[in-house]
Design a protein around this ligand. Sequence first.
Ligand code: CP3
Length: 368
Amino acid sequence: MAQLTLMPHESGAHNRRSRSHDSSFPLVAAATGGRPTRRPVWFMRQAGRSLPEYRAIRADHGMLEACFDPAMVCEITLQPVRRHDVDAAILFSDIVVPLRAAGIDLDIVAGTGPVIAHPVRTAADVAVLPRLDPAGVGAIGKAVELILGELADHTALIGFAGAPFTLASYLIEGGPSRTYARTKALMYGDPRTWNVLMGHLADITVTFLRVQLDAGVDAVQLFDSWAGQLSPADYRHYVAPHSARVFAEIAGYGVPRIHFGVGTGELLPAMTEVGPDVIGVDWRVPLDEAVRRVGPGKAVQGNLDPTVLFAGADVIEREVRRVIDDGDRAVAAGATGHIFNLGHGVLPTTDPDTLTRAVDLIHSVDLP
Ligand code: CP3
């Protein structure tokens, strides 16, 4: 009798993905208009330097080395889930991992972030950019399978990628920037080259997300962290078509797609138009006001100011309850659901116990 041999991505991981449409995941339920069993919460940058167990691993291993080692990715991804009982794990990786996998010479420097050896600034630089072969991020697909084998049934695994604009800003600036002057100079000054670059980065992003989705992630977040540097008109003209293509090309997976950027209060309508199911909101705009800006039918995610976690237990409780109340008002105003999060990533010096206590509080408050 012929033996049916399942490829890894066709076995457990696939089953998990098909389960992600039911409401056993509070995060998926909140994202899709179902009724979550509890108020879902996770934190951007929950896997990382606020955790001593993360720093212990990183003491002996470089950041990129860790990102391409499936067992290490699995362990670091699970650390905050074990500690905080959050409703989602976020894959431990970085937005520049697919660029590195494509062969672009870069490093992630502690305290600085991504540094690109040869910044991309001319049409000739753009013309020779490498493509991403899915095999180049095979280690990340493998990591997703390991994580899914360990996660509890109610805990979603969120995959992610950087959006074309934010990736372009690193490639062009060569590292972090305050003004994004070189990025915007290329965008305004040579829109043809800009569009070739953005199209190329959208392809890399789609490939990276598909590897994670094929391996079974339950949701994805597209980080356009620095899009808030742009006016709504420029965002719509120079960025939105490329981000919209990313969302369209992964729509067939049927998993919730989250979109987030910092300082994007004015961009919330435009960032919603590109097609996510969930819109991430930073701490500058209350969640109920965010719904007025994006309209009904989308879930909202956010938006506790990460610095509140340094202000003491009383302030943390007051602010967590305020965000919960804003979230409930957002749902009453037509949002599909509310996923509790910070307004940006966990700061490295955060006492992780404050996060654990915040999760307990969030889970203890009844849903409306
Ligand atoms: O827990 C998680 O959220 C998952 C892991 C994660 C990392 N980077 C790990 C990381 C995620 C989702 C990212 C995404 C990322 N990377 C973004 C988008 C999210 C955002 O913050 O807006 C951006 C802009 C980057 C680029 C980047 N990589 C920055 C700005 C930095 C921080 C620089 C610093 O050291 O302060 C990194 C490095 C990085 N990425 C670290 C971690 C845990 C720190 C590296 C270390 O431990 O030495």
